[in-house]
Design a protein around this ligand. Structure first.
Ligand SMILES: NC(=O)c1ccc[n+]([C@@H]2O[C@H](COP(=O)([O-])OP(=O)(O)OC[C@H]3O[C@@H](n4cnc5c(N)ncnc54)[C@H](O)[C@@H]3O)[C@@H](O)[C@H]2O)c1
Length: 500
C-alpha cells in the first residue's frame, strides 16, 4: 500500500510537471496548441492527395451507425464515400445495404465479421468507422490500424485497461490516427461552459460537483440490451459515464489521477419487479405474460424502426433488444457515487443514477473568483395520455454565474439543433467538412482523450469491489496528456472579493 502511494505521488508529481510544461508551452505557443489538435481534425476530412474521395468502411451497422451512414452517403458525399459494411448479423447488414441503396442509389458491399480483413484488402478504405458494441471496439480499432487504416471510433474507446493498453500500443507502433467521437463536447451549451471556464470568469476551478440523472425511459433502456452485462459495456461507469468523464477532463483541461467509488443495483432487480406488483421478472417483453401490467415494457413490434433493426433480425444471432429489466443476470449498477482527484489538484464528486424522475444533469464548478452552475434537463416525461406529469420546468437548462460576493447572472444559452443537444451535427461538420476554422476549444479527440475518458470509470468499477482508491497510472501508465485548451492557472494573483 505504501509502495502504491509512493508510486501514485510520483505519477502525480510527474503529471503536474507535465501540466506545468503543458501550460507554459501553451502560453508561449498560443495558437501552436490549436494547430496541434486541428491537425487531427484536418487529417480526417481533407480529400486524399490524389484528389479522390475518402473511402470509409463501417463495422457495426446497428442504431448508432445510421448517423455515419447518412453523413457519408448523403450529407458529405461530395468528399467521402462508403465502400463497405461489416457486422456479425447478416440480416442487419442486408438492411444497411438496402437503406444505403434507397438513400444514395449505391450498393455498398457487405461483409460478415469474420471477413473484416478481406473487406479491408478488397475495398482499401482510408478510414474504418467502429460502431460495434463497446467491448469489441478494440478488435477493430487494432486490426484496422495494423492493416494501414485510420480509425474513427464511437465512445467508449474500449471497456477495460488491458484493451486500452493494447490500443495505445498499436497506435504508437503503427502511427495510424485514431479519433474518438465525443459528440457531447460539441453541444453548443457545453462548448459555452468551456468558453466561460477558459475566460476565467470564475477564476481557476478548484472542485466540481457533478450529478447525472437517467430517467425510466432512457435509463431503463440500458438494462434491456447488451449494455446490461459488464463484459459487453463496462457498465454505465464506462458505457455512459465516458461521456461525462470526458466532458470534465476537457472542461478542466485535466486528467484523472485517483478514483474512489461505490456502486450498487437496487432498482432493476427481480425484487423490484415484485414490489411493483408483478409476479416475477421474465425473459423479454415480446413474450412477457405480464406485459399489460408493466410500464417498463418495450414493444419492438409497435415501432417500425426497432422492428426492422432488431426483431426482424433475431434469427441471425439470437439477440433480444427487449430483455426484462428486472432479470437476475443483469450485472451493472444503477446507482453510482464517485470521487476523483485530477492532475491539476482539482477534486470532483460525481453521481450517476439510472432510474430518475427526470433526465439530465447538474454540475457546479467552484472557482477562485466564483461559481458556475449548469443544469440541463434533456426531456420531459410524456405520459400515454399526452399530459406532462412533473411538467418541464421553465428553467430546465441554464448556465448561472455566481461571482464571489456579487449578484448571480445567467448568460443566454448557446443553442443547437438535432440529436445529443445539437452536438452530433456540429461534430459531423468537424469530422467531414473539408474546410473549417480552427477550433479554439480543441474538441477533436484522439486515443489519449479516449483513454482518459474511460479510465475513471474502469477505476470506479475496481473501487466498487475493493472499496479502495484506484490510481489511474496503475491501470495504464504514462499516457501522454491530450491536447486541451489553456485554462486559468492556479498560481496567479486573485482579486480580493469586495466586502459583502
Ligand atoms: N456517442 C453517442 O452518443 C452514442 C449513441 C449511441 C451509441 N453509441 C455507441 O455506438 C456503438 C453502437 O451502439 P448501438 O446503439 O448502435 O448498438 P446496436 O446494438 O444497435 O448495434 C451494434 C451493432 O454491432 C454489431 N456487433 C456486435 N458485436 C460485433 C462484432 N464482434 N463484430 C461485428 N459487429 C458486431 C451488432 O450486430 C449490431 O449490429 C456503441 O459503442 C455505443 O456505445 C454512441
Amino acid at each position: 500500500m505504501k509502495k502504491k502511494s509512493r508510486e501514485s505521488d510520483r505519477v502525480l508529481e510527474s503529471t503536474l510537471l507535465k501540466r506545468r510544461e503543458f501550460i507554459s508551452v501553451g502560453a508561449l505557443a498560443g495558437t501552436g496548441m490549436l494547430l496541434g489538435a486541428s491537425a487531427l481534425a484536418e487529417s480526417f476530412n481533407v480529400t486524399t492527395v490524389d484528389g479522390r474521395k475518402k473511402r470509409y468502411a463501417l463495422v457495426g451497422v446497428g442504431g448508432r451507425s445510421g448517423m455515419y451512414r447518412q453523413a457519408i452517403l448523403k450529407d458529405y458525399a461530395a468528399h467521402h464515400e462508403m465502400v463497405g459494411f461489416c457486422d456479425l448479423n447478416l440480416g442487419r447488414l442486408k438492411l444497411a445495404q438496402s437503406k444505403a441503396q434507397k438513400m444514395a442509389g449505391v450498393t455498398v458491399p457487405i461483409y460478415e465479421a469474420k471477413d473484416f480483413d478481406r473487406m479491408i484488402g478488397e475495398q482499401k478504405p482510408d478510414i474504418v468507422i467502429v460502431t460495434t458494441k463497446d467491448a469489441t471496439h478494440n478488435q477493430y480499432i487494432i486490426r484496422a490500424m495494423e492493416l494501414g487504416c485510420d480509425v474513427i471510433t464511437e465512445k467508449p474507446m474500449t471497456t477495460d485497461e488491458v484493451k486500452c493498453r493494447a490500443i495505445l500500443e498499436t497506435q504508437r507502433t503503427t502511427g495510424r490516427r485514431c479519433r474518438v467521437t465525443f459528440n457531447y463536447r460539441y453541444s453548443p451549451h457545453r462548448t459555452q461552459v468551456k468558453e466561460l471556464l477558459m475566460s476565467g470568469v470564475i477564476g481557476d476551478v478548484l472542485s466540481v460537483d457533478f450529478h447525472w440523472l437517467l430517467d425510466t425511459h432512457h435509463g431503463t433502456d440500458y438494462f434491456r440490451r447488451w449494455h446490461s452485462n459488464k463484459a459487453n459495456s463496462g457498465g454505465l461507469m464506462v458505457h455512459k459515464a465516458t461521456h461525462h468523464f470526458d466532458l470534465v477532463n476537457w472542461w478542466l483541461s485535466a486528467v484523472p489521477v485517483s478514483v474512489m467509488a461505490t456502486g450498487k443495483r437496487e432498482f432493476y432487480t427481480p425484487k423490484m419487479a415484485q414490489r411493483l406488483g408483478l409476479e416475477s421478472h421474465h425473459e423479454r417483453c415480446h413474450t412477457c405474460p405480464e406485459k399489460a401490467k408493466c410500464t417498463f415494457r418495450l414493444d419492438l413490434a409497435a415501432d417500425p424502426g426497432l422492428k426492422e433493426l432488431y426483431l426482424d433480425q433475431e434469427s441471425y444471432d439470437g439477440y433480444f433488444r427487449d430483455r426484462c429489466v428486472f432479470r437476475p443476470d443483469i450485472d451493472i449498477e444503477d446507482t453510482m457515487n464517485v470521487q476523483v482527484r485530477y492532475n491539476t489538484g482539482v477534486t470532483m464528486a460525481y453521481s450517476l443514477n439510472a432510474f430518475n424522475a427526470w433526465e439530465g444533469y447538474h454540475i457546479s464548478f467552484n472557482g477562485t473568483k466564483g461559481r458556475l452552475e449548469h443544469k440541463e434537463e434533456e426531456k420531459a416525461y410524456l405520459s400515454k395520455d399526452g399530459s406532462l406529469p412533473h411538467a418541464v420546468k421553465a428553467d430546465g437548462t441554464y448556465i448561472r454565474i455566481y461571482p464571489m460576493r456579487a449578484p448571480a447572472y445567467e448568460p443566454e444559452i448557446w443553442k443547437g439543433q438535432g440529436s445529443h443537444g445539437g452536438g452530433d451535427n456540429v461534430m459531423l461538420d468537424d469530422l467531414f467538412l473539408p474546410e473549417k476554422p480552427l477550433d479554439k476549444y480543441l474538441r477533436a479527440s484522439d486515443q489519449r482523450g479516449g483513454a482518459y475518458s474511460i479510465l475513471t470509470g474502469i477505476a470506479a468499477n475496481y473501487s466498487f469491489i475493493s472499496g479502495k482508491a484506484v490510481e489511474i497510472a496503475d491501470l495504464v501508465p504514462a499516457i501522454p496528456l491530450p491536447d486541451y485548451p489553456l485554462m486559468p492557472p492556479h498560481d496567479v494573483p486573485v482579486p480580493m472579493p469586495p466586502d459583502a
